[in-house]
Ligand binder design. Sequence first.
Ligand SMILES: [Mn+2]
Length: 358
Amino acid sequence: MEGLLATLTMFMPQCADAVLIISNENRRYFTGFVSSLGYLLVTRKEAFLLVDSRYQEAAAQQAKNCTVVPFRNLSDSLKELLTANMIRTVMLEGSAFTLNEAAKIEAVFAEVGVSAVKTDELDRIIGKMRIIKTPCEIELMRKAQRITEEALTETMKLIKEGVTEKDLALELEFRMLRAEAESVSFDLIVLTGAKTSMPHGVPGNHRVKNGDFVLFDIGATVDGYHSDMTRTVAFGKVDDTQRRVYQTVYQAQQNGLAAVRDGVTCGFVDDACRSYIDHAGYQGYFGHSTGHGVGLEIHENPSVSPGSDFMLRSGMVVTVEPGIYLPGKFGVRIEDMVVVTTDGCVNLAALPKELIEL
Ligand SMILES: [Mn+2]
């Protein structure tokens, strides 16, 4: 066995002869193979990816570091594998099984004298692996970020009086997909005017007008890896309040970026952003956390949130995205995605952040 699966077997707890992984992200993480259903059984010596006929051919070509086992009847195939490999205990991926699925699989195991270990230990082991990104994973996220930035640069040229949020969101998505994005990272957020005060508003038929902020919270995926970036730009000239809020968020974000390095807590980074915003007179107008981990999922650990004593480590990828939201008026958020290093961070985003007045 090689790669991440080999690492997993090193951490496999003594109480289990094998583990069973069923979540789409974790199957993909270990095998590189994408499917909406599948069962990855990992023993101390070997990994088996059980897939149905829909994925049989593709899995045989694409799945890495495992033996592909096509199944017609999952129970029969599982029982055969468990018996042939003399497995007595299997640890389940606790967070991925529903109560019903766990009960069903336990009944199947019981038929061949195998017991299921239902704790969150496997989830914690995989979580510890996934939170530190390999250079290869970082490269994919860098590529996703580049595609996102190119799409935004092109789409910004289309901002004019009367264009709708939805128009801009569609233009962005089209450009990302036509480049080498596998998909968008999430339903793209493009908001204008008063709607920018809603951190996760949904693009609608609201039209851009002079003096409005336009907020883009966008990202693409490449080989499953996400990018995440927010830029807020102005269409036309902003007023003094808008400028002051923008500069406050801009500086708070700079402070947050400067705080990131191996060995500091997430709470420390959050405070670097939040205390600046509070002291500027906007206490209570920055409701969400400062950031989150990114990877195969758009929101991963760690959460860069107030008071968190979770320690950042080299190789983690987190966002730094403070914002100020004045209900009924407008909001500003600026977000970059960075790789934590021993003496700071590498910013994966390159697009400028100084206030742009189009
Ligand atoms: Mn984000």
